[in-house]
Design a protein around this ligand. Sequence first.
Ligand SMILES: Nc1ncnc2c1ncn2[C@@H]1O[C@H](COP(=O)(O)OP(=O)(O)OP(=O)(O)O)[C@@H](O)[C@H]1O
Length: 386
Amino acid sequence: MSSQAIDLRNIRKRFGPDEVLKGIDLSIRPGEFLSLVGMSGCGKSTLLRIIAGLESPDQGAVAIGGGEVTNVDPSDRNLAMVFQSYALYPHMSVRENIATPLRMRRLPMSARLPVVGGLFGTSKIRNAITEDVERAAGMLQIGHLLDRKPSQLSGGQRQRVALARAIVRSPAAFLMDEPLSNLDAKLRAHMREELVALHRRLGATFVYVTHDQIEALTMSDRIALMSEGRIEQLGTPDELYRQPATLTVARFIGSPSINLLPVDVDSAGEISAYGQALGLRTKGDTGPATLGLRSEDLFIATDGLSLHQGLAVKVLRSETHGADRYMTCQLLADPTVRLTVRQTATAKPGVASDGTVHLGFHAERAHLFGANDLRRPLTVRERVLA
Ligand SMILES: Nc1ncnc2c1ncn2[C@@H]1O[C@H](COP(=O)(O)OP(=O)(O)OP(=O)(O)O)[C@@H](O)[C@H]1O
């Protein structure tokens, strides 16, 4: 299986008055699993369609394997697309569905029909096609379904047929647009693992569009997080989670969502929330900013910590999901601010009978964002709360 790099340079695209891609630069490495993620309408599918050649950019260039393809027809780019709708031919068997792209490429026009095509002395090619179909079907564990019609298959099996049809012709790269979103939650989780295993086995370049951050975090080598036609951040799942470059990235990545605390930066760079110093400092602009705290970085302050420095909250709700307990808390200083604390389910909750507690946070894992949404440097002045 060949694996090719894909390079996008300054891609711009407008639909009527809306500029939906505003200058995208992205280099996808050979053999990499790269996810394009972002809110609905941010331009992910349009970018994927531009790579595929189904849409042309107004400006910019697309290169595959180092060769420019901006004006090359989709069928000559040797890319395989897998969509959310499986797009299988309903009247054909699974075998014929998988074989179709090979027939189109390898057989002369007159010999492509399944029955009369046999008269054209192309049996060697046909045998090779049969072998390739069976190999792809075996890889996706659908070898026993080859003689069924798509209507006789489950959703997961249909998606596997679509994948087999994509891999059978050794494309330069796979382009996938929300391929799992029609499947139920359990099957989706299973197919996620299968896709990752398939990627590893093929060593091919995968470009994967999803609005599901869990999917992107669990499957990708790197994620390009898009917002309003731009790439906000390109990095490994870990980098996006631990070092979000913007508030938009911090909000999008992570479940439950990151906690956001309005804070103020004074002229000395000291950071406070509702008049309470947090023991954190930054450089640059003074005034309002936002502190991002992941739920697992918040904890209920117990003995031995300076409680007066913690954030006074009231616990509204506590829910246990498997190994974790999530506590939804309301800030006493501003009831509109809710903070979710994640504890292990076996930990003592440590909540007083009136439901009020002080929250500490791991200061070195806090994130500060300025009024312009960009990440700001943060230093821990006192390790009071860590
Ligand atoms: N052919 C088209 N004509 C006009 N507008 C379009 C066309 N295709 C997409 N758009 C618009 O461009 C924007 C980006 O669409 P796109 O499908 O790329 O978003 P997306 O991030 O993939 O969203 P989703 O997750 O909902 O699929 C949207 O506002 C959409 O309405």
